[in-house]
Design a protein around this ligand. Structure first.
Ligand code: FAD
Length: 449
């Protein structure tokens, strides 16, 4: 895969990575050994028939390849771009044992961009009405699968645009919006209706949806509430949660002078965290023309962000300040952040996450002058739906308790999946949950009738 030159890409939000040409895709696909027992499929949470679509690419049958992909995955253009294939399907590719695994992700992206997707809608809605809450990858997948089975599906989305994190979280330079729009359009073409600006829990409760004759409901409301550090000064001006910062940039186009929703960033921006959210925040900040520090309490080795995204961030000039723990935010007389007080850390023994625990070094406090701080240390579910739905059992962290295989919750007919049930995870895991829940909802409705 090739990338646009750094100098050029940090000036705008256009996609950084470019996919394969036809020739490159065919050459890469021809490397596939077409294993009789393909291990790669076991690494795919939605069980795409990987060898089949790769063989079709190798034979130049691109429309066939996209058809194969869409049998298991309604959103291949998205997955081909943002899935962590290196720890899923590609990690199990036998070619990876001695050399380079097949670049399954880029081939998936190629097939999606190149092939003509056929509609596989059943065309009927005799199954009755079902409701899906949230239009992220879990909701879109579940809705698409149910529509294919012949249900009349409505997605209720609280924001004014569909897509969930793919729309408001992941920046355009990783997830071009024309690709997202066309994959959402595909789900709509399957017959799914999307009603935006509807906040389930407030506009309608789950009980009201049942009263309105929805036979089953899938809650896929994600983990959109930010977590904070709980340190002194965190409510200073100039301190953003990554959710707010990215939503302003991605959904409200704060970087575009034509929009009246700017982000004030000053000259020096700190981003706290080491995951994909932190990398996205840092890379958006770079594109706003400022100096960016990524502040993380462990070392780069322990960072949960994809290696590719870490490399991109460094190439684009993000300065990594590792083994650094923020302890206090200092402000000027008007309440704006001016400095982040930190401690130097060292790594101790592994903790419950399996990663080595950061321990403060004695008398090591130091300050980083900053105009803006973005906190990207994790997300948790918004408690709204659970608090308005009697009998819906949740864990202490706010995630809905749902069966791992079916998504069934403590309320009959209510299913849940994606980040709302697992806590912040990945796009493909959310899609896998949506797919499994659609099957279980179909069984539930059939048994009820
Ligand atoms: P979401 O995508 O969060 O969608 C939930 C939707 O429900 C939202 O649209 C929300 O507005 C809506 N909603 C919430 N409450 C209500 C309500 N009460 N009524 C109606 N609608 C409601 N994963 C990867 O695999 N690769 C990556 O590179 C990657 N990068 C990421 C970068 C960022 C910045 C973030 C935040 C996450 C990233 N992830 C990545 C994680 C991935 O995006 C999530 O795991 C995934 O989107 C979860 O899907 P979901 O459908 O469960 O929820």
């Amino acid at each position: 895969m090739t990338k646009r030159p750094v100098k050029e890409r940090i000036k705008n939000f256009e996609e950084v990575a470019s996919g394969y040409s036809r020739q490159e895709a065919i050459a890469e696909a021809k490397r596939c050994l077409q294993c009789k027992k393909p291990l790669c499929v076991n690494g795919c949470p939605v069980q795409i028939n990987i060898p089949k679509f790769i063989k079709e690419i190798s034979e130049g049958k691109f429309d066939e390849a996209i058809k194969t992909l869409k049998e298991a995955n309604n959103l291949p253009g998205i997955c081909g771009r943002v899935c962590p294939q290196e720890i899923q399907c590609e990690a199990l590719c036998v070619l990876g044992k001695k050399g380079k695994p097949i670049d399954i992700g880029t081939l998936e992206r190629f097939a999606s961009d190149e092939g003509q997707s056929p509609l596989v809608s059943s065309g009927n809605t005799q199954g009755g009405q079902v409701a899906v809450v949230g239009s992220g990858p879990a909701g879109l997948t579940c809705a698409g699968e149910l529509a294919k089975m012949g249900y009349d599906v409505t997605i209720f989305e609280s924001l004014h645009k569909a897509g969930g994190v793919l729309r408001y979280g992941i920046p355009e330079f990783r997830m071009p919006r024309d690709i997202l729009d066309s994959e959402i359009q595909y789900v709509k073409d399957l017959g799914v209706k999307i009603r935006c600006d509807v906040l389930i829990g407030k506009t309608f409760t789950i009980d009201e949806l049942f009263k309105a004759e929805y036979k089953a409901i899938f809650i896929a409301s994600g983990a959109g509430a930010p977590q904070f550090l709980n340190i002194e000064g965190e409510n200073a001006n100039g301190v953003y949660s990554a959710n707010e910062f990215l939503t302003r940039a991605n959904l409200m186009k704060a970087h575009d002078e034509e929009y009246h929703t700017p982000i004030k960033v000053g000259k020096k921006v700190g981003v706290i965290g080491g995951g994909n959210v932190a990398m996205d925040s840092a890379r958006v900040a770079v594109r706003l023309g400022v100096e960016v520090y990524l502040i993380y309490r462990r070392t780069e080795k322990e960072m949960p962000a994809r290696i590719e995204e870490r490399e991109n961030a460094k190439e684009e000039g993000v300065k990594f300040k590792i083994l650094t723990q923020p302890v206090k935010i200092k402000t000027d007389n008007e309440g704006w952040i001016k400095e982040l007080e930190c401690l130097q850390m060292q790594l101790g023994k592994p903790d419950e996450s399996g990663r080595r625990r950061p321990i403060p070094v004695k008398n090591s406090d130091f300050s980083i002058p900053l105009d803006t701080l973005i906190i990207a240390i994790g997300q948790k579910p918004n408690p709204l739906i659970a608090s308005y739905t009697k009998g819906l059992k949740t864990r202490e962290d706010g995630t809905i308790i749902a069966d791992g295989k079916t998504g069934a919750t403590s309320i009959k007919g209510v299913f849940a999946g994606g980040d709302i049930a697992t806590g912040a995870a990945t796009v493909i895991e959310a899609m896998g949950a949506g797919r499994r829940a659609a099957k279980a909802m179909d069984e539930y409705i059939r048994n009820k009738n």
